[in-house]
Design a protein around this ligand. Structure first.
Ligand code: FES
Length: 94
């Protein structure tokens, strides 16, 4: 079994655990920890666009440039369905 990391939602203070090989959005849905309730989980709809305030992560699949520009990525904005944690993380709504 791999590592699990704590993901904290800055806006609500809720937190949940996400495996290192699990998309953050999947763990959010699985635990009902919101604020997002649904989405395509395929990198296409943009619903899961949030800011990663703190922590290390990796994009395990491409993020749609229509929803996240290179400038966004530099600011920590990402599609959470394309992101797996590499440390504890803090995320925030946009
Ligand atoms: S859930 Fe649709 S782009 Fe992430």
């Amino acid at each position: 079994m791999g590592w699990e990391y704590k993901i904290t939602v800055q806006d609500t203070g809720n937190s949940f655990y996400c495996a290192e090989d699990e998309a953050v959005i999947r763990a959010m849905f699985r635990t009902g920890s919101g604020p997002l309730k649904n989405g395509c989980c395929g990198g296409g709809c943009g619903i899961c666009r949030m800011k990663i305030v703190k922590g290390d992560w990796r994009a395990f699949k491409p993020m749609s440039a229509a929803h996240v520009s290179e400038a966004d990525v530099k600011q920590g904005v990402a599609l959470l369905c394309c992101v797996q944690p590499q440390s504890d993380m803090v995320i925030a709504g946009l």
